[in-house]
Each structure stands twice: as C-alpha cells, then as structure tokens.
Unconditional design. Sequence first.
Length: 359
Amino acid sequence: MPTLVAVLILFAGTVSLFATTGLAAASQQRTLERINSPEGRLITVIDAQGEAGLSPESVSAVRFLSGVDWAIGVGPTVDVANATVSGGGGSRGAGSGLTVPSRAVYGELPTSVLDTGPRILAPGQALSGPGLAAVLALGDGVGPVAGRTIDAVVVGGFRAGPPVTMLNDSVLISRADSGGPAGQDRLLTLWVSVGDVSQIAAVTEAVRATLIVADASHIRIETSSELAQLSVDVVSDLAHSARLTVGSLLVAVAILIATVQFGRVSGMARDIGRRRALGATRTTIVLHILISAGLCAVVGAAAGTATGLVVASLVAGTLPPTGFTIGVPVLMVLAALTGSVPPAIRAARLDPVRILRVP
C-alpha cells in the first residue's frame, strides 16, 4: 500500500506541474512564436534623402554578424521599360513603353521571404515582381529592361513575403555588394533580419557600429523594440512564477514521500531487524529504501508526464517545451529520493536486538 501511495503522489505531482506551469510554458511558447514574427525580427536602416552615403559594402559587413539571419539592401527607385519595345530608347532610354519601378538590390535574396524565384543572381540579372512581366510585355517573363541610369536582363519572377512585401511592386536588379554604375553605388534602405526578436537590441548596436557610411547623422534605424522588450518580459514573468510553483510543489512532494516512507519503515521494522541480524549493512538498508522509492518515483513520474502532455495538448493546443517535458519527471524523481533519505537513515539505524526481542 505505501508503494501505491508513493506512485500516486508522484503521478499527481507531475500532472499538477503540467496542468499549471506546463500550460503556462506552452502558452508562452505560442505567444513568443507570434511575437517572433518576421516583422518583429527586422532591423531597417534608412537613408531617406540619400545624403548619408550608405555604402553597399555595408550588406556584406553586417551579414556575418552574430545573430543576423539575412541582410539585403536596395538603392534608389529607377523606372525601367522593356528595352526591345519599338522606341525603347536603347540601353539608357526610358522609351515609349510602359514603365515600372526598379531597384538595385545588394546581397543574397533570402529564401525565407521569397515564395518564388531564384535566390542567387549574377550582377545585371533581375527578377520582376508579381504581374510586372505582363506590364513590361516580357515574353515568358524574361527579357531586357532599361531605364535612364540602369539596365538589366529579367531572368524570372519573384513573390516576396513578410517583412519585405513592399518589394513586390518593383523589378529587383542584382548588383555586387561593392556597388554598381554611377548613381547606383549607394543604399537607401538596408534590411537586417535577426534570428530571434530577443536579439534585436544587441544586433542593432552591432549593425550601427558596422555600417559603412559617409555621414551617420543622416541614418535612421527602425526596430520593433517594443516586441523585443515584450519577449523579455514574457520570459521573465513565466520564469519567476515557474520557479515559485515548481519549488513549492517539489517541497510538498518531498514531504509527502518522506511521510509515506517513514510509515513504510515502521511497518517493515521487524523485516529490517532480521536483515540487520543476518549481516546486512546500514548502507544496504539505505540503498534498499532509496531504490524502492526511486522505482516508485519513475513509475509515477512517467505516468504523470504522459497524462500531463495529453492535458497540455488538449487544453493549450500545443505541447510544453522539450526541456520542460524532460525536466519535470527528473525533478520529481529527485524530490522523491530527497524525501526518502531521512526514512532510509532511520531504517539503517534501527537496533535489530530491540526490534527482534520477544517480550
């Protein structure tokens, strides 16, 4: 009976943790996933008037900073038209055909935001945004385009997702990070995406220090600092409440297990006395009590973990983090072993002569 009670205590304690802290952890994880959106992870460096002299080499400089997922930069907008249309004006003419905006792009286009289109382009190659190939009358979506200061060959199309959906209105013309033709060797906007929103503040400072710019006073850096702070606050609040809940429950489990084990030792006193009389050492008695408690704890914690995961999945719609799922049963087993130490020591110190004395 004491063994069954110990198993039930561990089962109830484990399920309780999953039903409280586990659900909170699952909800926190879901909230952080929403906070950690593409827009929330974006750092935008802007030279609105083009007076800062932001070099395209900044793209390469920031791309390899710790915490940076990807970085791309774009230059000024230049209208381009189909260079093969009659009256197109050659490689430097605006022509009489319909025009669409184009932007020189520096850096490797990230697959995380491009639903379609090649990721790596040679300098001078271009991708057209959704529907722009038809506006330019490009057969099969490919062909040369030209503007007053830029020309390129469209080799395909693209569709950008968050956080750079604004690029869908343009033809993106690839340029080497070292710059392009005269008038195109400067950036107006540099986008830097970090791996996690919590890294925004640190990476922003690193980007600011790394930019290759002639006059930094004209640079403006925009971030979702509120989301980054919210992420930190959510993690901090849950960590505080989790420590309090888990600590209190582990202490309660240890006390209950100690109570059960003291009762078990009292019930096994004569058996322990016989073992001691037959030569069992105190260490053997202690190990026997602890191993028995450990096995009960493993069974109860395993059953409680399985039940807790089902409860979390049904109630929160998601599972707690892997670390939490593994940590809870381990802590429960340790709490059970800790609570079993005093009863085990008491059992080892029982006097076999007094216990086995016949009145």
